[in-house]
Design a protein around this ligand. Structure first.
Ligand code: TGC
Ligand code: FAD
Length: 388
């Protein structure tokens, strides 16, 4: 059965040919390599991250919006569409790609030395090497300025001590971009994960993002050569600028999770009968479907607008916050509402809706909680920072 389109405003018609082609390729990849397996990965809490990274690398999805060093140099809109399609499969799969490309690779690409770029970016673009991004700590999440991880100079070397928590890809990573406090303020380091003193432990029993590998990183007298320092990254502004990149991908990704929920629900509601008629024929169901489709379209318009601002070189961090706040919040509301329409089947892993809803709980929290994004927008509106 064909799914009715939720693109009521024909927004797709404004996409360029290349953007559509990239979207079609990613959609096919998700159909072949994610959709048939993801419920099982989710249930087991395991995902073949290395295998997937290589497949994504083959298609040029890793760091696809970056230029040089084996990266595809695509438009921001194309990168967004790729995130949407990946997250229609599962938020964890999109996370694998956005942490690799927008956080770890972007940090090295933007702030690294030429040697660091040559060493890490080509194998990361192919998926041979996996990266992670360590900003959050057990006691410092929303407020990374208070981080406790320290880096001190020891001759020409650096010695790192501390710990990072909730780090996507950490247990499977070859390199971690670690942010630490030094005497000169916050600095970033490209830390090979096999450096003595680096240990990682997987975080199990997550009830969300189960098809994503998350871990803790301990740094115990980790001695690094001087060239591990990202020379151009000085101050908290550097990691925060990486977050802007990844948050942009989430603006789009959340729409993918919501689209999957909505399309599943439309198919379900038009075939499931109660009281002698399809449940889609009840006014209460149609009101829910209409409201969700309207919100989805508004989110898509917003993502397209932000993408076009980015492609024109003028996207500001607080504009990305507007997108992340709105699209994740609405995607979660859509997932919850869709679940009601599926009745008992809504809680079954046979359907993707509850998995997406559970995933979106993490998406609402990571990359800046919804409250943090409200405060970023509030600060822009009022000129008053209300974080402390
Ligand atoms: P504040 O004084 O506001 O800013 C310090 C400097 O940074 C600049 N800045 C930014 N630059 C680029 N992009 C941004 N988003 C920026 N936000 C701030 C700012 O202009 C300033 O520059 P300068 O030149 O004046 O020095 O810093 P603050 O300490 O008051 O913090 C502000 C706050 C709360 C907004 C920030 O700390 C924050 O965003 N907190 C949330 C933390 C967070 O989002 N962590 C995410 C960790 S990574 C992750 O979750 C990955 S999930 C996996 C996946 O993506 O799939
Ligand atoms: P807290 O900061 O303790 O916040 C708890 C609550 O208090 C929230 O509701 C928050 O909004 C609220 N709050 C905090 N401060 C304020 C304030 N000033 N005003 C109002 N309310 C406030 N981090 C990484 O560095 N790299 C990763 O790869 C990564 N991957 C992740 C993967 C998953 C699955 C998850 C769940 C998290 C990941 N994170 C990662 C961590 C994530 O970025 C943090 O969880 C997030 O920034 C929030 O920090 P916290 O969990 O410590 O919550």
């Amino acid at each position: 059965m064909t799914t009715p389109s939720i693109d009521l405003l024909d927004l797709d018609s404004s996409l360029g040919e290349e953007d559509r082609q990239i979207r079609a390729v990613v959609r096919r990849l998700v159909d072949d390599r994610v959709r048939p397996y993801v419920a099982e990965w989710y249930e087991r809490g395991e995902v073949p991250a290395r295998e997937l990274a290589r497949e994504f690398g083959k298609l040029g999805l890793l760091g696809m919006h970056l230029t040089g060093y084996g990266c595809a140099g695509s438009t921001a809109v194309a990168y967004g569409l790729a995130c949407l399609e990946l997250e229609a499969g599962d938020s964890g799969v999109r996370s694998l790609v956005s942490v690799q490309g927008s956080l770890a690779m972007y940090a090295i690409w933007r702030y690294g030395s030429e040697e660091q770029k040559q060493r890490w970016l080509p194998p990361m673009a192919t998926g041979e090497a996996i990266g992670c991004f360590g900003l959050t700590e057990p006691d410092h999440g929303s407020d990374p300025a208070s981080m406790a991880t320290r880096a001190r100079r020891a001759g020409d070397d650096w010695v790192l001590n501390g710990g990072k928590m909730w780090i996507t890809n950490a247990p499977v990573a070859d390199v971690a971009v670690i942010w630490a406090r030094t005497e000169e303020g916050v600095r970033g380091f490209a830390v090979p994960m096999d450096t003595p003193g680096v240990t990682t432990r997987e975080i199990r029993r997550k009830m969300s993002l189960r098809a994503s590998v998350t871990g803790e990183i301990s740094l115990d007298d980790v001695r690094l050569p001087a060239d591990a320092l990202l020379p151009e990254a000085a101050g908290l502004k550097a990691p925060l600028s990486c977050l802007t990149e990844a948050r942009y991908g989430i603006v789009w990704g959340a729409l993918g999770a919501a689209r999957e929920c909505l399309e599943t629900t439309l198919r379900y509601a038009t075939t499931r009968t109660q009281f002698g008629r399809p449940i889609a024929g009840f006014q209460l169901t149609q009101a829910k479907l209409a409201d969700m489709a309207v919100e989805w379209q508004k989110g898509y318009l917003l993502a397209l607008h932000l993408g076009r601002l980015a492609d024109a070189g003028g996207l500001r961090p607080e504009q990305v916050s507007v997108g992340k706040l709105n699209n994740v919040r609405e995607a979660l509301a859509i997932a919850r509402q869709c679940r009601t329409i599926l009745g008992a089947n809504g809680v079954s892993g046979e359907y993707p809706v509850m998995r997406h809803g559970d995933n979106l709980e993490s998406v609402l929290t990571y990359e800046g909680t919804s409250e943090i994004h409200q405060l970023i927008v509030g600060q822009k509106l009022t000129g008053i920072a209300a974080f402390t």
